[in-house]
Ligand binder design. Structure first.
Ligand code: KG4
Ligand code: ZN
Length: 400
């Protein structure tokens, strides 16, 4: 079946069209169209994502992105005599009340198209920035009305979990499985008893790990988003100094607590103190800049600290719940050091364990993962219910 999936929870406007087949144990996916319009550069100037600006950009980009995807999938055909019934016009106007530019586009452009051969539409309804989420939701609902296609709500975090299934090699998952979700907005451990049956067993009590990477990067004067920059500096340092013992190691917060929760705001503050401490040294002026080696050392110590905590808690949860499959997802799963250390440690614990990370370009936000989650929702529930139609509202704090 063909699924159109839409993701606008943060700063990427992403749409895909996938052909999905198989069952929950051996699904198969082929990508017919896929496109992401990123706002990252725009938000980078301000050092974070601004909801109102994100919403405006989504509203501007969503139809051009969708149009390209339909063309790529060869589902973009204009029809000769097009007209929308008054009833549908009325419904569209209501749904798009908050997105006036989109109402015009629906009347003047989208209504001129033949109904494409699409079976379902899936859209992220949370968690995320509500103004941003609403653009995707309103757009999806309006397409659903115009083309009489059912629309299903998708949880963004379930998308991150399922993103590992889109890999060239078939990925066998044994239950219970554990998922470690690490992104700019989330850090959580999720127990998966079967697909669709998720229990959050731990989460961060303050900053998300990606947020900590971004804040530390800022302290070191590196651009946003900071994760890749920290990682790059840490790598240079590790290559240069295989043996490393910092004068004052950064803390490993909550590493020895019995729960599966995390805390990252203390490491960030410790980095700030370290940098401030350097400035206080004799002979330093207030125009002081950190030298490259010091920056690299701090980046490395930070990456070591967060990796140690993640590994410790994840292994503890795998042991406690008897999990042999670990699924890692979210933007920070792109981190090659975390990937290498976590994989090595889990395999040391159990050589039969399976550790899955998403393909590199699927670790950050995308709509292919939302397409997979839509397909799994359909397989579990067979068909859309009216309750789901009603549930098509933004849920900024929707937890798995
Ligand atoms: O999942 P994502 O794209 O968006 C959210 O839902 O948050 O994650 C973005 C986060 C940012 O904080 C970014 O700094 C971090 O992922 N990130 C990384 C790396 N690549 C992206 N963090 C550490 N190492 C990386 N290589
Ligand atoms: Zn995400």
């Amino acid at each position: 079946m063909k699924i159109l999936s839409i993701e606008t929870s943060c700063d990427e406007t992403a749409i895909s069209l996938m052909e999905c087949g198989g069952d929950l144990n051996s699904p198969n996916f082929s990508v017919l169209g896929n496109m992401i319009a990123s706002q990252a550069e725009l938000h980078a100037q301000y050092g974070g994502v601004f909801p109102a600006m994100a919403k405006r950009e989504h509203a501007k980009n969503i139809w051009p992105v969708c149009e390209k995807v339909l063309k790529e999938a060869e589902l973009f055909n204009t029809q000769t005599n097009s007209s929308i019934s008054e009833d549908k016009q009325h419904q569209l106007k209501e749904i798009l009340a908050r997105e006036e530019n989109l109402y015009e586009i629906f009347l003047n452009e989208i209504a001129q198209l033949e109904k494409p051969d699409i079976d379902y539409i899936g859209v992220t309804t949370g968690p995320g920035l509500e103004p941003a989420l609403w653009v995707g939701i309103s757009f999806a609902k309006a397409l659903g009305i115009l083309w009489d296609i059912p629309v299903l709500p998708v949880n963004h975090m379930e998308g991150h979990i399922l993103s590992v299934l889109l890999a060239p090699d078939a990925r066998e998952v044994t239950f219970p499985a554990l998922s470690l979700l690490i992104s700019g907005g989330h850090t959580e451990l999720v127990l998966i008893k079967s697909w669709g049956d998720y229990t959050k067993i731990g989460h961060t009590l303050d900053d998300a790990i990606g947020e900590a990477f971004d804040k530390v990067a800022r302290i070191l004067g590196l651009p946003y988003p900071g994760g890749p920059h920290i990682s790059r500096l840490a790598k240079i340092h590790r290559e240069q100094f295989p043996q490393f013992e910092p004068v004052k190691k950064l803390p490993r917060p909550m590493i020895h607590t019995k729960d599966f929760d995390f805390s990252f705001s203390g490491i960030k503050t410790a980095v700030l103190y370290t940098v401030e401490g350097q400035k206080q040294q004799p002979g330093m002026t207030h125009e002081f800049v950190l030298d490259e080696t010091t920056k690299q050392a701090i980046a490395r110590d930070f990456e070591d600290a967060v990796t140690e905590v993640l590994v410790h808690k994840t292994m503890g949860a795998m042991k406690e719940y008897g999990c042999e499959t670990l699924i890692v997802g979210g933007g920070v799963s792109a981190n090659t050091y975390i990937k290498a250390v976590l994989t090595k440690k889990v395999l040391e614990l159990n050589e039969n364990a399976k550790v899955y990370f998403p393909e590199q370009d699927l670790s950050t936000d995308n709509s292919l993962m939302i397409g997979i989650a839509t397909y799994f929702t359909i397989l579990k529930q067979k068909t859309a219910t009216s309750e789901q139609e009603i549930n098509l509202v933004a849920r900024g704090g929707w937890s798995l």
